[in-house]
Design a protein around this ligand. Sequence first.
Ligand SMILES: [Fe+2]
Length: 450
Amino acid sequence: MPVLLTCLLQFMLATALSQDDYVRPAAKPDINPRDWDSKNFWFGWRKWRKDADEPEQVHITHVKPGQVSVTWIVPSRTKTKSVVMYSTEPEKYSNEATGVSETYGYTISYKSGRIHHVTLGDKKRLLPDTTYYYRVGDPNSKISKELSFKTLPSQGPDVPLKFVVIGDLGQTEWSQSTLGHISKTEYDMVILAGDLSYADRYQPRWDTWGRLVEPVFSRAPFMSVEGNHEIETLAFNLPTPFTAYNARYPMPFRESGSDSNLYYSFEAAGAHVLMLGSYTEYHPGSPQYKWLEEDLSQVDRSKTPWLIAVFHAPWYNSNFAHQGEGDLMKAAMEGLLYSARVDIVFSGHVHAYERFDRVFEDKADKCGPVYIVVGDGGNREGLATKYLDPQPSISLRREASFGYGAFELANSTHAVWRWHRNQDEVTVTSDEVWLQSLARPGSPCGALVT
Ligand SMILES: [Fe+2]
């Protein structure tokens, strides 16, 4: 009898802990709700704020090896200088770089603060894998407190690198939880697979979001693609789509031959990363398609053995939410990514976590990319909890919980993907898989090293 009872208890415990029966906490409301009476909203008010000339919302973006851009906003819009003072030693600032600033308008009621952009490493490249201490602003007006960031390690096929990957972040207590977990870890770069602030046309929420993410995005390069929440049109494609996103989060598109901030690529350590646009043209013959063909033709897998793609609306998704929304882009571009032997694809949009097998044209294929959906950053719309039943055989793990992931390159042949659930300790990994690069020597997918 005691044996039976023990077995029964063990069965009940195992059932209780299985991922299907896990009781997920509910969505949490925004920490920065819309407030049409907000003194932040009405144009002109910001000029008289006590901290109106203080630089805020600082973040770093990778431009190319040895070069980063620093962006920040001064709420008052006063046309001050764009200066970054920096050095490898705290409080020394032996280097200075200057840049440009801009503002943007959104309908007749809103004008942004002054957005400053400065590139570091333009004349003399920054040292790799080095911590720089910096302050931003105008020395004749207001400058920020000291911040620091670490540059990427040098380029090389075997150089280790850790990408943090998040999607659909928003600005709720869950977003705070995600950022809090990330800030307790070491990372080289943050990639956001679209849907950043959930400002949803209410422009002051871009500012509250910028302040929320500053501690994480000012420490290491932040790279993003656009999601549907960045479009922000009202009617007849007006105001211009992506107005706030393009002004506040410019990405290094020109460096990869792209003519749009909505798609570009960059290289980091041993990875070539394709940042693709789900909400701009992607059909064969379109500017993005032609750019992607050209970009892929220049990838040298002997230098960047890892080929990664990021876009917002997933091509593979077994959740009811947003089912099929990535199908047109998939039909247009899946062949290109497959032929190029992309190793892994990250998407968001669906507010849950899902990891697929290596896939091509809906079937497991050892030469296709691993597809990951990581749209579980923490936004106010809540989790997508309903899944197709039965679970498709190519879907290897799915769970509707808030969290983030990290893709860590160990060397030219091996990398590990780990997903972390926010309710757990940072040290707990909820899903983990090791991958081998499709470009490795002896790969069954053809000799790709050029
Ligand atoms: Fe989305």
